[in-house]
Ligand binder design. Structure first.
Ligand SMILES: [Mn+2]
Length: 455
């Protein structure tokens, strides 16, 4: 039923190779000492209600280093005679469990098809981990993810502080490896970019289908159904975050996710929706008129946000600080709002973080890293210096303006009452300049007016 959308998305990219996962692991190992023990944790399954679980999503670090997505998995790595060995703890083969819950690769499957040297049953985790802990001097583990592991590691640290006095062995210190892994995850490989481009292509088609199905009287939830349906139809794992589908004054609530209102004639509809494909997120926002035609006032605001977004995207270039797009978007928006008479301050005054009027109507940042997490890892200001764009980084660019008439803190200009516009794309930094991964998603006024309501 959505064959045209699938055709526009195109073929699925190749899956990431075992060699790529091996190379990622080696880049971490090369930073470690031979007597370190690395533990990569993943959250335990979580109950939705009674005996129903939430759909499982592993930790992005475990996905990044192994690609293993099933629950009850932990990776550990230690060095033996100069060679780092990866052990993955997994759910073992178990006919009865597999009849009920689905088939498992088991330990044999893990060794055969994943980038691991050895696989063990998750039920043996404690005994094997205890043994490894007694032989290391530093543990690299992110605590607060898997509480069973926190307990095992804490016990080992306590027991060994006693044993060390007698035998001189056992872990002394604990370090969170996240920052080292974040540095790697921040720069995307070609393989990762293919997954992310595919994710953005599916999300673009979902927005197009939502545009086509928008007309006065449609429910926000119905458009949510179209978007989530297409995500599944295109074989992604679904949404990367809850869809934001806000019409009228709901478009002026940044993270509106109730999605239970009727879209009315004359209103703007704002949709912020992205999918997750093989772990990789897309994050796209578009805003369009419910009746398919921008009013004069809506055009003024829409075109201003679009101009600011295009100017901000142009700042996504190697060597620019990560916040250059934000500063550019702010400048264009403030100038535009002064020209429209919405702001009466000077440009410099309007941009002031304390007393500037811009933040009344534009109160969020212009972007965030995106990858395995929709708000992806990566320190923005290492050593308190703005990070500079490098090839392979992916950032969202998403300026917006929000004139909520319901807000008690500001006086909304009546001409722009309840206009909420955000335009968001996912932008890859390349040697040839910005590469918009979500470029299939229409955003000019002419393009949008030609699509809305045509289904
Ligand atoms: Mn975003």
């Amino acid at each position: 039923m959505w064959e045209d959308s699938l055709r526009a998305v195109g073929a699925e990219p190749a899956v990431l190779s075992v060699e790529e996962y091996r190379a990622r692991q080696q880049r971490i190992f090369s930073q470690l000492r031979p007597d370190d023990l690395l533990i990569i944790t993943a959250p335990q399954e979580s109950t939705r209600s009674n005996d129903v679980q939430y759909p499982y999503r592993s930790s992005s670090d475990l996905l990044y280093l192994t690609g293993w997505a099933d629950p009850e998995a932990t990776m550990i790595a230690h060095s033996e005679q100069g060679k780092w060995l990866v052990t993955l703890f997994v759910q073992p083969k178990d006919v009865l469990m597999e009849i009920w819950e689905g088939r498992r690769p088991g330990t044999e499957g893990a060794v055969a098809e994943w980038a691991v040297d050895c696989a063990e049953s998750h039920s043996d985790l404690k005994s094997i981990l205890d043994e490894r802990l007694s032989k290391c001097t530093r543990v690299l583990v992110k605590t607060g993810v898997d509480y069973d592991i926190d307990e095992i590691v804490t016990e080992a640290l306590q027991a060994n502080s006693r044993a060390r006095q007698r035998y001189g062995s056992g872990p002394i210190s604990i370090e969170d490896p996240s920052r080292r892994i974040s540095e790697l995850r921040l720069r995307k490989s070609e393989g990762e970019i293919s997954q992310m481009r595919h994710s953005a292509k599916v999300a673009s088609q979902a927005h197009i289908q939502a545009m086509k199905n928008t007309r006065p009287g449609v429910g926000e939830w119905q458009l949510e159904g179209v978007i989530e349906g297409l995500f599944k139809y295109a074989r992604t794992s679904g949404t990367a975050y809850p869809c934001i589908i806000g019409s009228g004054d709901n478009a002026t609530v940044l993270h509106y996710t109730v999605n239970d209102d009727i879209c009315e004639d004359g209103e703007i509809l704002l949709i912020d929706a992205g999918c997750e494909y093989r772990g990789y997120a897309s994050d796209i926002t578009r805003s369009w008129p419910v009746n398919g035609k921008f009013s004069e006032a809506q055009t003024e605001i829409y075109q201003l946000v679009l101009d600011s977004q295009l100017a901000a995207i142009d700042k996504c270039r190697i060597g620019n600080p990560y916040d250059a797009p934000h500063e550019e978007a702010r400048r264009v928006l403030a100038e535009g709002l002064i020209n429209l008479g919405i702001i009466t301050q000077t440009l410099e005054e309007a941009l002031d973080p304390e007393n500037g009027e811009l933040k009344k109507w534009y109160m969020h940042n212009t972007g965030h890293w995106i990858g395995l997490d929709v708000h992806d890892v990566g320190v923005y200001r290492p050593d308190d210096e703005a990070r500079v764009f490098e090839e392979g980084m992916v950032i969202t660019v998403e300026p917006g303006l929000y004139f909520g008439s319901w807000r008690p803190d500001v006086e909304c200009p009546p001409r722009y009452s309840d206009i909420g516009i955000r335009i968001e794309d996912d932008v890859l930094i390349t040697t040839d300049g910005p590469d918009v991964l979500s470029s299939d998603c229409p955003k000019t006024i002419v393009e949008i007016e030609a699509i809305v309501g045509t289904a």
